[in-house]
Design a protein around this ligand. Structure first.
Ligand code: HEM
Length: 447
């Protein structure tokens, strides 16, 4: 007999789906107040899922990773990223692909990107005009797209670079509001009736992006250039245990996956950091003091080691997790998690948002307090902005380096202020959560 799932929400499944698309955090808050830290929701078309915000249960799920599939639960992303995307793979294929993709994003390799990151941040900031409000999120998106194009795709000039930049921005902006995001969740909207329908336009842009990426891959294969250090070149050179290289289709899908997973997420988190730093004068002053303590010729890597800057980034990632729930964990066999027993084929949704706002772990959780990350360490089940287990974010080290270097480069040179004094709220942007309006700021003094 199937075991009963805990605390099932009784509202109709389509009402739950609507609320989930429009206001995912309001939805999570409402039911965690009613049912505490484990409850079951039902989204029309997506079935039953158990939401988990209990650190003990989460630790046990991370420890039993091999009993869950996580790729097949991401099928909503397939039309965007392609079937070879790391996000959609499970089992041996996922292990193989991750092993091939890991090295460029970790260890010493990262240091080689640091100078490029600082340069890009400075270039984008130098275009701000004194007294003219601008949207921080747009600037941060320009920075993170440029970094991905340079560091990952190895492109910084030429016609293909220009075309890709425009197309990729348009492609990602197509889901920039809750209503425009609904096409990702509602299969009946996913019909290609030509360029005048939203889905048709999205598909058309995607085909153009594919063609440009394929042309780049073809050119690299024929020209060859052993001195290149970008991620695409490393991906093309790598071989698995059987001597097999990645196919063109795999390369293309992984490039889009890295862009999709790494671009919006980093830009959004950086926008929140700018917002919080400028909302609280004492945080900004403390950070500026720390930045001033650095030698004028300090290396980018020494900036990245500053403790208060690090604490600001950690606290931003705590308060503003970019996705409300991690990738769905679908049990392959019956599992026991804390006090709960789940049958095979149960979908578990771990929520970083709910855990990161637990008052028992983070007192005064709605307040931005970087000091909490100087005073104590949190366990991987209490703090996991990058997820956990075998599925932990591939780009977590690059993302944190990028955040620190962009903040340090800009704040040590440019004087900024918030342009509005209204509090900024979160809203859905595709699969992610972003600040409504993107945070308006103004440059108060030209350097
Ligand atoms: C602040 C920035 C970022 C945040 C908050 C973030 C967060 C996450 C989270 C929560 C997951 C799901 C993990 C899970 O379910 O356990 C994930 C997966 C992933 N992220 Fe990130 N991410 C960020 C930046 C990046 C960057 C820069 C890249 C690219 C280099 C990237 C590439 C990926 C990939 C490829 C996966 C899928 C991993 C897999 O399925 O094995 N992310 N990320």
């Amino acid at each position: 007999m199937m075991s009963q799932l805990p605390n099932q929400i009784t509202a109709p499944a389509w009402v739950q789906l609507f609320n989930w698309i429009v206001d995912p955090l309001g939805f999570l808050d409402k039911y965690t107040q009613k049912y505490s830290d484990v409850f079951t929701m039902q989204l029309a078309g997506l079935g039953l899922s158990v939401v988990i915000a209990n650190p003990k249960a989460i630790q046990e799920i991370f420890n039993q990773d091999a009993k869950f599939d996580m790729g097949r639960g991401n099928e909503l992303a397939e039309p965007l990223l392609g079937r070879n995307s790391l996000l959609l793979l499970d089992g041996d294929r996922h292990r193989r692909e991750r092993k091939l993709l890991m090295p460029p994003f970790h260890g010493e390799r990262l240091h080689t990107y640091a100078t490029q990151i600082c340069k890009v941040a400075d270039q984008v900031a130098s275009q701000w005009q004194t007294g003219q409000p601008f949207i921080v999120r747009t600037s941060m998106q320009n920075i993170s797209l440029e970094i991905i194009l340079q560091v990952v795709f190895g492109l910084s000039e030429g016609e293909r670079y220009q075309q890709l930049k425009v197309l990729l921005t348009e492609w990602l902006d197509m889901t920039d509001s809750p209503s425009r995001s609904s096409m990702l969740f509602l299969k009946f909207l996913q019909k290609d009736w030509g360029a005048w329908t939203p889905w048709g336009r999205m598909q058309q842009r995607q085909r153009q992006i594919h063609d440009l990426l394929q042309a780049e891959i073809d050119e690299r294969r024929t020209k060859g250039d052993e001195k290149r250090s970008d991620v695409l070149s490393l991906m093309m050179a790598v071989r698995d245990e059987t001597g097999q290289a990645m196919s063109d289709e795999e390369l293309r899908d992984e490039l889009l996956t890295i862009l999709f997973a790494g671009h919006e997420t980093t830009a959004t988190t950086l926008s929140w950091a700018f917002y919080q730093i400028h909302q609280q004068p004492e945080v900004r002053e403390k950070l500026l003091k720390e930045l001033e303590s650095l030698d004028a010729h300090a290396s980018p890597m020494s900036m990245a080691q500053l403790p208060y800057l690090n604490a600001i980034c950690q606290e931003t990632l705590r308060m503003y997790p970019v996705i409300p729930v991690l990738f769905p964990r679908i049990s392959k066999v019956p599992v026991k998690v804390a006090d709960y027993s789940f049958d095979a084929e149960t979908t578990l949704w771990i929520s970083p948002y709910l855990v990161h706002y637990r008052e028992d772990v983070y007192p005064n959780a709605h307040h931005f307090e970087p000091e909490r990350f100087l005073d104590r360490q949190y366990s991987p089940a209490e703090y996991f902005p990058f997820g956990g287990g075998s599925r932990r974010c591939l780009g977590y080290a690059l993302a944190q380096l990028e955040m620190k270097l962009v903040l340090a480069t800009i704040l040590s040179k440019y004087q900024l202020a918030l342009a509005d004094d209204k509090p900024v709220k979160l809203q859905r942007r595709g699969f992610t959560l972003a600040p409504t309006g993107g945070v308006r700021m103004v440059l108060t003094e030209k350097p």
